[in-house]
Each structure stands twice: as structure tokens, then as C-alpha cells.
Design a protein around this ligand. Structure first.
Ligand code: AMP
Length: 170
């Protein structure tokens, strides 16, 4: 199946000069949605995974599906101030300013094997921050897994030392 067909480019969203990769056509198509979830799963190494980490908010679409199929737990990483319990934080640079991501302290047990998932790998800042959160809690990162990689932004360079896989590349 050609998944590209179900990714919509939206020009100048959320700001001027950005081409937004809209995955809602993929999500809303019953056959393409299931096939893409299974194809993402096939990218994951056949080794035990204890937890799948999904980034707010578009990492929440496929993350729990992957966790279910891998017999793993699902852990949300959220923007600052959204998680109710004790948490650890990581601040990272954006084009203008900074942002902070958080994870619950008790969501990873030291030594657990972790799959990180998000919809899009762009500059890699978000995924790098999530890797730092996982490592602060003592998790072992098995793979950083994305639906889409924007290769021209070289996000992989920020994730050196980690296995990075994506289903669709631009
Ligand atoms: P980055 O930290 O630059 O790798 O950006 C990754 C995050 O921003 C992901 O959570 C994506 O959902 C979102 N993102 C960045 N660029 C795009 C884009 N062109 N289209 C859709 N989402 C994007």
C-alpha cells in the first residue's frame, strides 16, 4: 500500500513557510490505518519491549496500538503542566524559545526496554528530549520509531547512538 497517498501536505501551517504533514487522511481510512499500524510494528526489532513512549499529541494515535501488539505498557510524554503526578522534565530548544516535556517518575522502571514513537521526526529536538527523559529514569532505548521522517531536516543526527526507523520518508 502506498501510504504517501494518505499524507496531506498543508502549506503554511501552523506558521508561514512550514509544510505540515497532515496524517488525518491516513487515520480516517480503515484499511490504510490498520495497514500502516501493522507496517510500523514490522519496523520494531523482535526483542522484548516493556514500554512504548508516545509524545503529545500525535504520538498518541499509534503509540498505544504498538504497545498493545508488543504486549508492552504505554507511557505518555506530555507538555509542561499536564501530568498530575510526580514527574521529571526536560527543556529543549525550539526555533524561537524553548519548550518543556514531562514524564511521570514511576512510568519506567530502571532497565526497562523502551520504544519511543512519534508521528513525525523533523529537526529531532522533541525526540532528543524524550530520549533524555527515558535515560533519566534508567530506561534502555531500543528504537526511536516514526511514521514520517523529514530527512532534509537531519533529525537523525540529534539521535546518534539510537536506532531510528520510519515508515515514510520525505
Ligand atoms: P522536531 O522536534 O522538530 O523533530 O518536531 C517534531 C514534532 O513536531 C513532532 O511531534 C511532530 O508532530 C511535529 N512536527 C514537526 N514538523 C512537522 C511537520 N512538518 N508536519 C507535521 N508535524 C510536524
Amino acid at each position: 500500500m502506498n501510504f504517501n497517498h494518505y499524507i496531506r501536505d498543508v502549506e503554511n501551517f501552523p506558521s508561514e513557510g512550514i509544510t505540515f504533514k497532515d496524517i488525518t487522511p491516513l487515520l480516517q481510512h480503515e484499511k490504510a490505518f490498520k495497514a500502516s499500524a501493522m507496517a510500523l510494528l514490522n519496523l520494531v526489532p523482535k526483542t522484548p519491549i516493556d514500554k512504548v513512549i508516545g509524545m503529545e499529541s500525535r504520538g498518541f494515535f499509534y503509540g498505544p496500538l504498538l504497545a498493545m501488539e508488543l504486549n508492552a505498557g504505554f507511557v505518555p510524554v506530555r507538555k509542561a503542566g499536564k501530568l498530575p503526578f510526580e514527574k521529571v522534565s526536560q527543556t529543549y530548544d525550539l526555533e524561537y524559545g524553548t519548550d518543556t516535556l514531562e514524564i511521570h517518575k514511576d512510568s519506567i522502571i530502571e532497565g526497562e526496554r523502551i520504544l519511543i514513537h512519534d508521528d513525525v521526526l523533523a529537526t529531532g529536538g522533541t525526540a532528543e528530549a524524550v530520549c533524555a527523559l527515558v535515560e533519566k529514569l534508567g530506561g534502555t532505548i531500543v528504537q526511536c520509531n516514526f511514521l514520517i521522517e523529514l530527512e532534509f531536516l537531519k533529525g537523525k543526527e540529534k539521535l546518534k547512538g539510537h536506532e531510528v526507523r520510519s515508515l515514510i520518508q520525505y
